[in-house]
Ligand binder design. Sequence first.
Ligand SMILES: *Cc1c(COP(=O)(O)O)cnc(C)c1O
Length: 393
Amino acid sequence: MSPDQTAVAVPAMLPVMRPWLGDAEAAAAAAAVASGWVAQGPRVAEFELALAARLGAPHAVVVSSCTAALHLALVLAEVGPGDEVVVPSLSFIATANAARYVGARPVFADVDPVTQNVTVETVQAAITPATRAVIAVDQGGMPADIEPLRVLCHDRGLVLVQDSACAIGSTYRGRPVGGDAELSAYSFHPRKLLTTGEGGALAISDPDQAARARRLREHGMSVSAADRHSSGRTVIEDYAETGFNYRMTDVQAAIGLVQLGRLDEMIGRRRFLAARYQAALAGVPGLRVCADPPYGTTNYQSFWVELADEFPLTRNELLEWLLRDGISARRGIMAAHREPAYAAGGPFDLPVTDRLTTRTVILPLFHQMTEDDVDRVVSSVRSAAAVPGRGAA
Ligand SMILES: *Cc1c(COP(=O)(O)O)cnc(C)c1O
């Protein structure tokens, strides 16, 4: 091998996502450990207040995951066996699973071809006399057009739950997504923007529901362990209903508080990088790039492109192509109805979902990504688009 060849720098593999964590998060976690109180305690309470303020929500109840938050939301909504819950199939599978946790049946609604989210029309088509609730997802951070869905659910006497797992800091008509919801769930998994390792939250409008959610996350206890500890008196708690252990730890909440303070910077950086992608990929034949809807803004938790029929490569071929260029991309949003856990409930008539799940690709986008990194992905995608292909025929 010649010296020239060994001198060629091989660029490191570009990941699709990397959490943005630093010394401040490490110090906050260490302080929680040093305090001796590591389970749910004062830092969780502080995180809840800060989160509610940021979302403009009356109450925020922090839990162990967004999946736990969705489960609690359906318990609060009194959904149970015999009920149906309308959900998009085009979502992470936890959305549909939440309906099954309470013994209900998820019924799949198709989605809008542009936003990838359910609409009044697609939800209406899935409503039956057994429908009790609807879960609308803000897919990849893209806000759903929620106001018409609220009107529909209100008119039909249905509970509307927002699965805003990916959408912290996205906006709908100028306000943070989910902050004014009856029930909206968020995720703090590292694949999302703000992370606590694992974690989630439920924004709740009604104070009694928020109090019930706080009991339900802690085994149904009437007085939380932290409150008993700090009361200085003997307090005997009682258990009025069957609860769960869905608590977040104070170590996680300490990290979450730091992350929340960085949220606007995270969103600003993602939107800046997304705009660079959009400008550079505009006009590539056969490629549709995600963008803000007319009624709101996305935090670009996922930056996705849709391959039209004339794009020369299939979804999997493009993923392989990117990988050969040292770029780790992902297939688009999964579709629950195509998975063995749900497929038996078919046949399903979800043409837009089927197209989007097989023809979208999520490109790398993370805080520490450089403009050169974006340009590297763009040039790989552009060279793929220039392959003489079947589509052009
Ligand atoms: C990530 C995600 C969830 C699950 O979040 P966890 O915090 O991992 O439980 C639920 N719904 C959607 C739409 C998601 O993207």
